[in-house]
Design a protein around this ligand. Structure first.
Ligand SMILES: C[S@@+](CC[C@H](N)C(=O)[O-])C[C@H]1O[C@@H](n2cnc3c(N)ncnc32)[C@H](O)[C@@H]1O
Length: 195
């Protein structure tokens, strides 16, 4: 187990999870409720207690939520009821060997990539690319570096560079729903997987 995974396990045990229960990202609700998408399969990376995955399932998506900590996954399963959502224990840096499947039409990340090490970010991009369907949409919501959020953060140039092969950036901008008490430190990035 990595030191970061141990840290998350410890935070969930302590109940110190300030991200839990945050409002849904506007970039997510705009995308899902914008009337341009037909629901297919979705993957929620680092799903935590599952609010985003449950939201997608309520809008007709067949969702897989993955996280590498047991405690939030148990909470997520309790929230899901009879909705079409599966919560699985998996490391997002090892998705293609984790048994979660592939060919996802929509992949979302709310607050997972921005906390990862450089090596894990390398693996993440390769693994996310491997499980995305051609034409899949990828929505990442992440804090910028230096925002006093307690996570390393990731900036526009790095996100763009990391997804420069095989993905096309469709849009990006401020994410007001996760602005960290008005500090405007959250950004969204929407990509499409090239055919
Ligand atoms: C800041 S929380 C965000 C949770 C949720 N997405 C939300 O918006 O509330 C980050 C989550 O990513 C998970 N996570 C971080 N790195 C991961 C990895 N390599 N594989 C799977 N889950 C990971 C953590 O356990 C944690 O639940």
């Amino acid at each position: 187990m990595s030191s970061r995974q141990r840290l998350f396990r410890w935070l969930y045990r302590l109940g110190f999870t300030p991200w839990d229960g945050h409002p849904l990202a506007q970039s997510l609700t705009n995308l899902v409720e914008g009337g341009t998408l037909t629901p297919t399969t979705a993957l929620d990376l680092g799903c935590g207690t599952g609010d985003n995955a449950v939201y997608l399932a309520r809008h007709g998506w067949h969702v897989t939520g993955v996280d590498y900590i047991d405690k939030p996954l148990a909470k997520a399963r309790a929230k899901a009821g009879g909705l079409p959502v599966v919560f699985a224990k998996a490391d997002v840096t090892q998705l293609s060997s984790s048994g979660v499947g592939a060919g996802f039409g929509l992949i979302i990340d709310s607050g997972c990539l921005h906390g990862m090490s450089a090596a894990d970010r390398d693996a993440y991009v390769a693994e996310v690319s491997a499980v995305a369907a051609p034409g899949a949409l990828l929505l990442i919501v992440a804090f910028i570096p230096g925002g006093m959020t307690g996570v390393p953060g990731i900036g526009f140039e790095e996100v763009q560079r990391r997804f420069s092969a095989g993905w096309t950036l469709l849009s990006s901008g401020d994410e007001p729903a996760m602005d960290h008490n008005g500090a405007n430190v959250a950004r969204f990035y929407q990509f499409v997987r090239n055919f």
